[in-house]
Design a protein around this ligand. Structure first.
Ligand code: ADP
Ligand code: NA
Length: 330
């Protein structure tokens, strides 16, 4: 295969994707399936690092897959699968656990952030070692690049360290992946607090746009987005974070350059921008929701897509694991 290989995962925990997930991640996945040999997975093994209700987890996993398909992932152009369907993740995860220093794992800042949210006593060992499972996720597929947000950069560094360590001790086995921080990746901010990242754990639901909510509800949130007391529509993240966020969303959803939008809205007020953006969003999200519902309503198709995806993924993962075991004397 001459196309570079990428691997990325998304958690099934949120139910509906939000606008930040779509514009910041899923949209790039769709683009990358054209230029890369892309492996995308719903990481249900990562989801159980924090308590999950079984029925909810099962539903959310399918819901995530349905949304990825609705967003444009094509199972004939990429490999789309559920992590737990490929047992090699847990198997290579154990090998990587045994290669990681305790101090090295303790330096992962994401664990500190996430366990602080859980309460230190309640955090599981699984949560502590989840970056190491992530290492296995990546190395199993001999990925050249991993599209990630800035917050995941440290985990890519760990992946490179462990791959080099293994290769040094046991012989060339793993491709050393590079982080792939997509330049045009939009970072989307909370509509009520445009200095905070839009997140499913947003303090106010009014700042969060969930793709599967009633479009009317989301339109209303967009129209009541916090801006500033000025009137000029100009991209300036420092001075005008609210307006800049709306411009970013508008630009990425429509493929229009921000300067072009600034020009179009010269002399017009924030109200016009918000009303138009609400309309743009509703027009985009309506067919997205319909397609998601269609996939959810057709269990058979969804199951067969996932079975094929797991089969394609396993063909690569099993080969890597066999080589790893062999090298280690297992
Ligand atoms: P959340 O931050 O809501 O918990 P996740 O951590 O599940 O979302 O993120 C899933 C993917 O979406 C990741 O690739 C992450 O980088 C991306 N993402 C999440 N929030 C945003 C945002 N506000 N802007 C851009 N990308 C985002
Ligand atoms: Na996050």
């Amino acid at each position: 295969f001459d196309r570079p290989r990428v691997l990325s995962g998304i958690q099934p925990t949120a139910g509906s994707f939000h606008l930040g997930n779509y514009l910041g991640a899923v949209r790039q996945w769709v683009a990358l399936q054209e230029s890369h040999d892309a492996f995308y997975m719903v990481v249900d093994l990562h989801a159980i690092t924090v308590p999950q209700d079984p029925a909810e987890l099962r539903d959310n996993t399918r819901l995530a897959v349905a949304q990825l398909l609705a967003a444009g992932l094509d199972p004939d152009r990429c490999t789309l699968f559920v992590q737990s369907h490929v047992p090699e993740h847990a198997q290579l995860g154990w090998v990587m656990n045994c290669l990681t220093g305790f101090g090295e794992a303790s330096r992962m800042t994401q664990f500190k952030d996430k366990s602080a949210k859980q309460g230190a006593d309640r955090a599981t060992v699984g949560l502590f070692t989840y970056p190491i499972l992530q290492v296995a996720d990546i190395l199993l597929y001999q990925a050249n690049a991993v599209p990630v947000g800035e917050d995941q950069r440290q985990h890519i560094e760990l992946t490179r360290d462990l791959a080099e360590r293994f290769n040094g001790r046991f012989g060339e086995t793993f491709t050393i992946p590079a982080p792939y921080i997509v330049k045009e990746t939009a970072k989307i901010y909370d509509l009520q607090d445009p200095t905070a990242k839009m997140s499913k754990s947003a303090p106010s639901p009014k700042g969060l746009v969930n793709l599967l909510d009633e479009p009317k509800v989301s339109a209303k949130k967009i129209k009541s987005a916090v801006t500033d007391t000025d009137t000029v529509i100009r991209f300036d993240e420092k001075e005008k974070p609210g307006v800049s966020n709306l411009l970013t969303i508008y630009a990425t959803l429509t493929g229009t350059a921000v300067p072009e939008l600034e020009h179009r809205y010269e002399g017009k007020g924030y109200g016009a921008l918000k009303t138009d953006l609400a309309e743009v969003f509703v027009e985009w999200v309506t067919p997205f929701r319909e397609r998601t519902q269609e996939y959810l309503g057709d269990q058979e198709t969804l199951d067969s897509i996932l079975a094929k995806g797991a089969e394609k993924a396993r063909a690569v993962a099993a080969e890597t694991l066999a080589k790893t075991y062999e090298r280690m004397g297992l």
